[in-house]
Design a binder for this molecule. Structure first.
Ligand code: NI
Length: 165
């Protein structure tokens, strides 16, 4: 679902590298709350701060069963592998099969400002990896081959122009 606060491809902010959060304060807490609200309103299962124009390393995820908020996430370990179709709130209408590890160990700061390590598997592991990609300016379309990417661009332009009237 489109959400007016979510930046949409090809918005250049989606290609920027987000900055590490140096100090966890009330402002960061507010960003996390705002991200959760927008993710829910958009009916998404994950969101990264750059998607709302904030170039800081903050992600949230909520699969309905498990939820997480991680500041400065860093993947320490990854295992397993599977392929799943992914969408992105910033690239509406596009779904791409992506191969990723099924289990990850992540270090970061939680929503209370405490350093923490998470062991995450299944859908939430996929979400967290997708959102960490956003912090580095990487999008699901970057997993396409050159030929597939050209096709995506053509179809996406058509999709977007039909959307605007
Ligand atoms: Ni995304």
């Amino acid at each position: 679902m489109r959400h007016k606060e979510i930046r949409v491809f090809p918005d250049p902010v989606l290609r920027e590298k987000a900055q590490e959060v140096k100090r966890f304060d009330e402002g960061i807490r507010e960003v996390i709350q705002r991200m959760r609200r927008i993710m829910q309103e958009a009916e998404g299962i994950g969101l990264a701060a750059p998607q709302i124009g904030i170039l800081q390393r903050i992600i949230v995820g909520d699969t309905g069963e498990e939820r997480v908020a991680i500041v400065n996430p860093e993947i320490l370990q990854a295992e397993g592998e599977d392929v799943m179709e992914e969408g992105c709130l910033s690239i509406p209408g596009v779904y791409i099969e992506i191969r990723r590890p099924t289990w990850i160990k992540v270090r970061g700061i939680d929503e209370n400002g405490d350093e923490k390590e998470w062991e995450i598997e299944g859908l939430l592991a996929r979400v967290v990896q997708h959102e960490i990609d956003h912090l580095n300016g990487t999008l699901i379309v970057d997993y396409l081959s050159a030929r597939e990417y050209m096709r995506f661009q053509r179809e996406y332009e058509r999709l977007m122009s039909g959307d605007e009237e």
